[in-house]
Design a protein around this ligand. Structure first.
Ligand code: MF3
Ligand code: CO
Ligand code: CO
Length: 274
């Protein structure tokens, strides 16, 4: 059970919260820890392991480092990660599924350190991915980074989704529009909703001190999603591959700070040679 200090858990107000230096310091620590967690996982994602085993490693890492899992107990969810394989878009539930050669997996972890949320995901491959899977992962990473590069004071929220959608369009990929990025900080999901396919120049103006995630999901086929009967697992309706990356970021005086950068430089685990 998580004990929640209500003085430190502001209600959602509909406004986009502006954080100060204390918030940046808290988010840096939480973001670094969740990035270290995904670094820890790089040698562990391989053929023969179950997704439940990966989730065990994540839960132990989070607790051993003085943090809490934000997802255990969240709306009845019971795991420290979401692990979304192949045609699963997001919210895949860890379990008895054994990874096999060529599987691709998004691993998404959200932890709480000293009250601040670090929310981060990357794509991994078990063994060698197929060429089209590799291309999808690389382009999804590029799309996320292009979205983040659009973040600066005076820009509009829609500029993020416009940058992501431009990369998808150019490469004939689709952008899932059923799930968004989100504000975060002391709350897991706060204002604003960060839409991943949008028109440049639309939406609220970005201001220093805003914190949110950029977490685009790109598909090889159509954008349409369906939720399985477990109530969580989102899949592509056409069962073609989907990929996602997620960073937690803050708007600074002159641009953007990424809180969840890999200390080892393992931004794209599928490219790491161990
Ligand atoms: N980490 C996901 C996000 O990026 C949310 C997962 S909620 C869960 O917002 F309950 F499915 F874990
Ligand atoms: Co998120
Ligand atoms: Co996440």
């Amino acid at each position: 059970m998580t004990i929640v200090d209500t003085d430190l858990m502001p209600m959602r107000t509909g406004e986009i919260r502006i954080h100060g230096e204390e918030g940046f310091e808290g988010m840096r620590k939480a973001g670094r820890l969740v990035a270290e967690c995904l670094d820890m996982l790089v040698p562990e994602v391989k053929p023969g392991v179950t997704t439940a085993h990966l989730d065990d490693l994540i839960r132990e890492f989070v607790l051993d480092n003085g943090a809490l899992s934000a997802t255990i107990g969240y709306r009845g969810y019971r795991h420290a990660s979401c692990i979304s394989l192949n045609h699963v878009i997001c919210h895949g539930i860890p379990g008895s599924r054994v990874l096999k050669e060529g599987d691709i997996a998004n691993v998404d972890v959200t932890l709480i350190l000293d009250g601040w949320h670090g929310d981060h995901s990357r794509m991994y491959a078990a063994g060698a991915p197929k060429r089209k899977a590799e291309r999808l992962m690389d382009l999804t990473y590029d799309a996320m980074m292009a979205g983040i590069a659009a973040v600066k004071p005076g820009a509009r929220l829609g500029d993020i989704g416009a940058a992501i959608a431009a990369i998808a369009r150019k490469n004939r990929l689709s952008v899932v529009d059923d799930f968004c990025g989100h504000g975060l900080g002391r709350l897991f999901h706060d204002e604003p909703n960060v839409v991943h396919s949008a028109k440049a120049g639309t939406g609220p103006e970005l201001k220093p001190g805003m914190f949110f995630t950029v977490e685009p999901m790109l598909n090889l086929g159509r954008k349409d999603a369906a939720i399985l009967s477990d109530g969580w697992t989102a899949v592509t309706r056409d069962r073609q591959l989907s990929a996602q990356y997620e960073h937690s970021v803050g708007v600074t005086e002159d641009g953007v700070e990424i809180f969840t950068t890999s200390p080892k430089g393992w931004h794209k685990p599928h490219t790491v040679e161990l």
